[in-house]
Design a protein around this ligand. Sequence first.
Ligand code: ADP
Ligand code: 5GP
Length: 207
Amino acid sequence: MANSEKYNIIVVSGPSGSGKSTLIHRLLKEHKNIVFSVSHTTRPKRDGEIDGKDYYFVTEEDFRKKIAADEFVEWAQVYRNLYGTTLDEVKRKASGDQNLILDVDVQGAANIKKQFPGALFIFIVPPTLAELKKRLIEREKVLDGNIEKRSAAAKEELEQYHLYDYIVINDKVEDAYTVLKSIYTAYNNSAVKKNSFVESILAEKKV
Ligand code: ADP
Ligand code: 5GP
């Protein structure tokens, strides 16, 4: 995609139950210049989820129409459902001072990396697979089942860790959040993000 460097994109992935939603929600709450990329999905809505806020919940027919119309920057089948990020979502929310955070699986991250090589890629991992399964079981009451499938898929996803710039180990949530916040701060102060600031100093008239 042309001008891909003008978009501020933060990609967060990790096995289901690793703590992505928990950590992302906190980051969003504390940083007004980060906005969430709302994906389209064919999966059923869970209790408490809001259409248009957590996801755009659509039928498979509608999702496939969007694929045919080339509306997605990336889409993938994850477990039994389809998930995708639209170009519209990226264009509307990821420019200027605003950073767009995407919660996508490893396939989505690989596709985003091809189109937006300047994006920041963060991988959330559990302290152990046993702990991951425990968290998934505890969450089951509010989940759509699929625990065995999600737990088995975790290893396959973890194998893709090399796609990412940073790994956040989510053992104690406070510690994980501190690490995530530090990564975000570093990214915001990277040379690529701050070059226009330095250029503006260089352009100052001599005093
Ligand atoms: P994901 O979005 O990656 O699927 P969630 O953020 O929904 O994961 O977390 C999965 C479950 O684990 C939730 O019930 C959440 O409250 C819990 N959880 C998240 N982080 C921790 C942690 N560090 N310690 C214990 N439980 C956690
Ligand atoms: P969940 O059903 O638990 O909300 O999400 C299941 C998986 O789908 C997670 O790994 C999440 O990161 C991924 N996912 C959510 N939205 C998208 C998307 O737009 N694209 C891709 N590729 N994966 C997504």
